[in-house]
Structure formats: C-alpha cells, structure tokens
Design a protein around this ligand. Structure first.
Ligand SMILES: [Zn+2]
Length: 383
C-alpha cells in the first residue's frame, strides 16, 4: 500500500521539479459569433469537465492495476505509464479544446473521468495510487493549457474508509498543483449506498480541510457496480438528488458555515421537485431551503434540453447556478431536433428570455469565481 502523500513528499510525482503554477490569461476569445448577449470582456467558465479522452496507456495502466489486485505480478508501477506531452495534447485538441472554441467558452474546471474514479474497486491503497496518477495527468494538462483548464481532483475514497484518508492527496493537489476543488463521492460503494449520509460526522475531517483550504467539492458519484442503476442515466442523477435530501436533514452548514458544495447535473430531480423538498423541510420543522442550504449549495447547468434549463433558472436563484456542460461526457451525440450537441448547454442559457445580463454574468462567470475562490485569486493575479 502506498504511503499517503504529504506536502513536500510526493511519492509518485514524476515532475516534482516543475510545480510552479501556470498563469491563467483571462481570454475572452470565442464569444464572437455565438449569439450570446453575455457582455464582451467577460469569461465563460465551465465548472464541470472531465478528462474522458485519456490516452489508451492510462486505460492499460488501470486494467493492469486492477489485475494486480489478484495477481501482484501484473501490478504496474505508475512511472510506467509514460504518456508524453504530445500524447496529452493530441487527446484534447480535437475534443475539449475544439468544443471550447466552437461553443465560445473559455476555461474548463477539469477533473479526471468521474465514472473512472470507481472507488469501489480495490482498497484505499489502490484508490490512492489511481487518484494520484489521474490527478497528475490533469495537472500536466493545466500546465500545457493554462488558459483552458484548471484542475479539480479525484479523491482516494474507499468504501468503509474514513474520508480523512483523502486529506493528503487533496492538499497535494491544491497546494502543489494549484487545483481549485475536488469531486466528492457520496457513495464510494458504487451504487449500494452504505456510507453514512453527508451530514454525518464521518465526513467531518474532510470538510474541515475543505474549509481550511477554501475549496468547494462537487458532489459526484462514480461508476455504478449495481446493475439496477445505469451509471450516467440513473446513478448520477440519483446521487445528486440523494445528496440534496441528505443535506436537508442535516445541520452540516451550522457546523461549517463556509463549506461549499456544487450539485451537478442541474441538481438531479431537485428543481423539478422543489415543492416536495420545501414541504418536507417544513414538515420536519427545518428552516426554509433558502436559509438552510442556499448559502452553501450550488447547482450546475448540465441539463441537456432547453425546458430543463428554463425550469432550473425559474426555481433556483441565479446566484446559485454555475455554468457547466460536462463535455466531453455522458451524452456525446447531436440532438436531431436542434442539430446541436445535447451537451452544448450554453445555447440553452443564451435563450432563456428572463435571465438579465447580470444573471447571465453570474451564471457564466461570477458564481464560479465566488465558489472557486482560488480560481478567482489566480485570475485576479493576472488581471
Ligand atoms: Zn461529471
């Protein structure tokens, strides 16, 4: 088992002599011709993108790592991945970077493939090694493309293991790689939901570190190993909805008033059933949802049709919505009814008539800078 990393002691970092953080230029290229009334000179920050176009060498490493659980002879060593900068560039040039240009977005808050985290596989040592390898590739991409990507890390969670085991890797990614947040899996079991709910003190050591580092967590499940739940069609949306209900029933934000969570995929079923959640909170003598949660909980715009985005922006205040597309992600195709990619979510937001220019500025840029305060600091340093 690997020793958890501590600052200054990186055990599998192949580039520990180059940890200077890249500077970000707040480019606004790409706004032209998009039909957006988002003001010129502003940025469009996509808070939810995954590295889903990884080189085959990374998949091979993971396959061998998993095979090595049963047969140690097959266990690879992390430096053996040997992915070159050219291979990294080739993996994103025709995908994430192309879509950024075509859709008129600037900066993607970028993390390892969410379904790939698969915390249910192996033990915490396997999870730590896999997280380190995955996060290091994200870091390298952020150095190759500092104006296009900023990192969010995968945590080395493992079923039944206290999430304080994640603190070392979180600190490494934030302090040494300049990452601005993490993805937190509320169900490391992969569809069996045997971890305590998110308001439980089980999670508190990690929350304390998130608050100390002032980084938010996107609540994001990973692959489902329960065949009853399709990973991206059911488990992801269930995860978003389930986490929200767990937050309603907890006093978490009394204990951590500055803790920030982003619930992805438009909040799962939450906006559609907002009345149910308001009513449940009322019946349980909880404060109104605005008071209970909306100083700490944000929703992204990974909703792949206009009526869904319209509902989201009617129900959830603009102050709590962050632009996101999750490209290249769960839904890769083109909608034959519109001729556009389902996950080109900027087009939907542009068409919501009741959003003011100020609302759109919050959704496209302002809220991301508020929630990811370390991103704001990096941008401000260059302004
Ligand atoms: Zn995602």
């Amino acid at each position: 088992m690997l020793v958890p990393p501590s600052p200054g002691k990186i055990n599998v970092n192949p580039f520990d002599n180059r940890i200077a953080l890249p500077t970000i230029r707040a480019t606004t290229a790409g706004l032209a011709g998009t039909g957006s009334d988002h003001q010129r000179g502003a940025m469009i920050i996509d808070c939810h993108g995954h590295y889903t176009t990884e080189p085959q060498k990374l998949h091979d490493f993971r396959k061998n790592q998993i095979a090595g659980i049963k047969d140690p002879k097959q266990k690879p060593s992390p430096p053996a991945i040997n992915i070159s900068d050219d291979e990294l560039r080739a993996s994103v040039e025709g995908a994430q970077l192309k879509f950024q240009r075509e859709r008129g977005t600037n900066l993607t808050i970028f993390s390892p493939r969410a379904s790939g985290m698969s915390h249910h596989i192996g033990d915490e040592g396997i999870s730590l090694e896999w997280s380190q390898v995955s996060n290091e590739l994200i870091y390298r991409l952020t150095t190759l493309y500092p104006n296009n990507f900023i990192g969010v890390c995968q945590l080395p969670q493992s079923p039944g293991v206290n999430p304080k085991n994640c603190i070392g890797e979180l600190e490494r990614c934030v302090n040494e790689f300049g990452f601005v947040g993490c993805n937190l899996n509320p169900d490391p079991s992969g569809g069996h939901w045997d971890a305590p709910p998110m308001g439980d003190r089980f999670w508190y050591p990690l929350y304390e570190k998130l608050v100390e580092l002032d980084v938010p967590a996107m609540i994001h499940v990973s692959a489902s190993c329960n065949p009853a739940f399709h990973t991206t069609g059911a488990h992801y949306i269930n995860g978003d909805t389930t986490a929200f209900m767990q937050l309603i029933t907890s006093d978490l934000f009394k204990d951590f008033p500055t803790l920030k969570f982003i619930i992805p995929h438009g909040g799962g079923a939450v906006p559609y059933h907002w009345g149910r959640y308001r009513g449940l909170a009322q019946d349980m003598k909880r404060p109104p949802l605005e008071e209970l949660l909306l100083k700490n909980v944000y929703f992204d715009t990974c909703v792949y049709h206009l009526p869904g985005i319209e509902l989201l922006t009617k129900v959830i205040p603009a102050d709590n919505i962050l632009f996101a597309s999750e490209m290249v992600g769960a839904v890769k195709g083109i909608d034959p009814r519109t001729g556009h990619y389902y996950d080109d979510t900027k087009r939907y937001i542009d068409r919501v008539s009741w959003l003011t220019a100020e609302d759109k500025h919050k959704i496209f840029e302002g809220n991301a800078r508020k929630v990811y305060s370390r991103l704001d600091e990096r941008l401000a340093a260059k302004a």
